[in-house]
Design a binder for this molecule. Structure first.
Ligand SMILES: C[S@@+](CC[C@H](N)C(=O)[O-])C[C@H]1O[C@@H](n2cnc3c(N)ncnc32)[C@H](O)[C@@H]1O
Length: 297
């Protein structure tokens, strides 16, 4: 049973107003911007300890080819140019960007990093070297892995939930479900939602422009709900389609992010500027763009 069966609380008016008011007072000018370029260089422009939450999905070093594994998708709608890292360079690359990300994270902040299993060991080594604390090792279980003949189908990603200071990090355990809310089976809804295996479906953007890999909005929303509040600053150094920034904006967080591939950067920039979750390839496509920046779509 996926989390889709749980009926979440309506949280249109977020009760955490004191912290939000303080944050609303004076936002620095570099927030709510995204930039094209190498995140390792661009993170040097961010002051120390000013980011509340980092949610990111770095390249996995799996020799990913932008259009090869896109199932039934029309190649013409998949933007080209995914910037992959060689396996032998992965530890050094991970250490570089993770050190920069650790520097900008607040003592009270949290970081969520997605990883395939292939180079997970390099990420775990880098986490130790950066002296980050692992809070949870989450598993994102998605539907439809790539079909195999001589091995099992990979249908999960790892997600490392990390912090700098376990005593100071923020966590909002009842934001999505009240303490006494029940599942359909009479169990505790907040307990069920906080289990460390998350079954969340991938999104298929039929008829819309897309990048080859993207995190579903529901996955990002769940992380934002538990580990941030309105007005917080959310960083994604590896934006891809811009999902983390787009969902952060929808949920009234500030965002900042970087993407090295110009076409992906432009796509993310256009999504943020238009307020449209999906950007249609042509006017005649059957599926309308969803305006997710409004409370009622
Ligand atoms: C796995 S994808 C991220 C997908 C994204 N989470 C989404 O939902 O669309 C990783 C992205 O990192 C970008 N990238 C790779 N190296 C980079 C670097 N040094 N600086 C910034 N972006 C980089 C790749 O081009 C790719 O778009």
């Amino acid at each position: 049973m996926g989390h889709g069966n749980l009926k979440m609380k309506k949280n249109n008016s977020d009760a955490r107003t004191l912290g939000e008011k303080a944050k609303a007072a004076k936002p620095p000018e570099w927030i709510d911007t995204i930039k094209q370029g190498d995140c390792i260089e661009l993170m040097s422009e961010i002051p120390d300890q000013c980011i509340d939450l980092i949610v990111t999905d770095p390249p996995f070093a799996i020799d990913f080819k932008a259009t090869r594994h896109n199932y039934n998708r029309k190649g013409s709608r998949v933007l080209q140019g995914y910037n992959e890292i060689e396996g032998r360079d992965y530890l050094a690359f991970t250490l570089d960007w993770l050190s920069a990300a650790t520097r900008v994270l607040k003592e009270s902040g949290s970081m969520y990093i997605f990883s395939g299993w292939n180079h997970l060991k390099d990420l775990l080594i880098a986490i130790d070297l950066c002296e980050l604390t692992t809070v949870n090792h989450l598993i994102w279980k998605y539907q439809f892995g790539v079909v195999t003949k001589r091995k099992y189908v990979t249908s999960h990603y790892h997600c490392l939930f990390l912090c700098k200071n376990d005593k100071k990090r923020q966590f909002y355990p009842y934001f999505r479900f009240d303490k006494d809310a029940k599942t359909e089976n009479g169990g505790s809804a907040h307990y069920r939602d906080k289990e460390d295996v998350w079954e969340i479906k991938r999104e298929y953007w039929q008829g819309a422009v897309k990048t080859p890999t993207k995190l579903p909005a529901a996955l990002i929303e769940k992380i934002l709900d538990y580990s941030s509040q309105k007005g917080d600053i959310v960083l994604d150094p590896f934006l891809g389609s811009g999902q983390v920034a787009v969902v952060s904006k929808m949920k009234e967080r500030h965002y900042i992010g970087f993407e090295i591939v110009p076409a992906y950067y432009e796509f993310a920039r256009d999504r943020l500027a238009s307020g449209k979750y999906l950007i249609q390839k042509t006017e005649t496509e059957e599926e309308p763009g969803l305006n997710l920046f409004c409370e009622e779509a």
